[in-house]
Write a protein that binds this ligand. Sequence first.
Ligand code: GTP
Ligand code: MG
Length: 259
Amino acid sequence: MDPTPARLDLGRLLDRPGPDLSDDDAQQLRQDFTRFMMRYKFGMDEIVTKLTILRDEFAHLHESNPIENISSRLKNPDSIIEKMRRKGCDPTFVSIGEKITDIAGVRVTCSFVSDVYHVFDMLTSQSDVVIVEVRDYITDPKPNGYRSLHALIEVPVFLSDGEVPALVEVQLRTIAMDFWASLEHKIYYKYAEAVPQSLLDGLREASVTAGELDATMERLHAEVKTSGALPHELKAELVDGTASDPDAAFVERLKRLGR
Ligand code: GTP
Ligand code: MG
């Protein structure tokens, strides 16, 4: 199935038909556009379902959950047109599909950085998921301080006339990264991209602070997990220092743990 007409003028689709476009042509374009968008919507829904299954499985069977929140959005026609201009995109569905890779977007927030990579691994190791591209802005934050893990992934969508691949952009980040990104986005919006230097500096500083918070939370989380694995009496002795020969007692008890 190829929903690509020869030329596409999205502006005409948005109830602003030009004088040279007949009603029938406009109708046809609208239908082609709906079909084009449907593929992305279904792909996005599939990814959301996969993530929801993982989250629900953790909720039922595990003590903690690596997924805090899942959200999704389909790019609206106005944003697609704006991005087509920005990217110098030809007005064809093929060109839009190639140049605009975030028509379907899914965002996952996690408490800890380790959860971000864990969720990424669980999602991308599924047999029908193909990784097209990964951008790790956690390991390499953007110069403005933006941090997140981005993955472009492809999933098959089964339509009445066959299987088509759908491209979905998945952004995975911690709550701290999400907090930062939403404020930065609001500031950019408010200042129409001419953000005062003092705010840019403040944002960069806040990004470092958010990174430090993530590192501290990760360490505390690891500590809690490890201490949870120790027997109650050993923990009490370690805390109040009543173990007579701490080293020997500790080793002995650790040995018991391994049995
Ligand atoms: P666009 O920025 O969408 O043109 O795509 P790109 O090719 O530059 O890809 P990139 O991976 O840099 O960004 C994709 C998406 O990530 C954006 O649409 C935003 O949702 C998010 N993003 C990227 N950089 C920033 C940033 O500096 N601040 C915020 N708040 N979000 C960002
Ligand atoms: Mg960008």
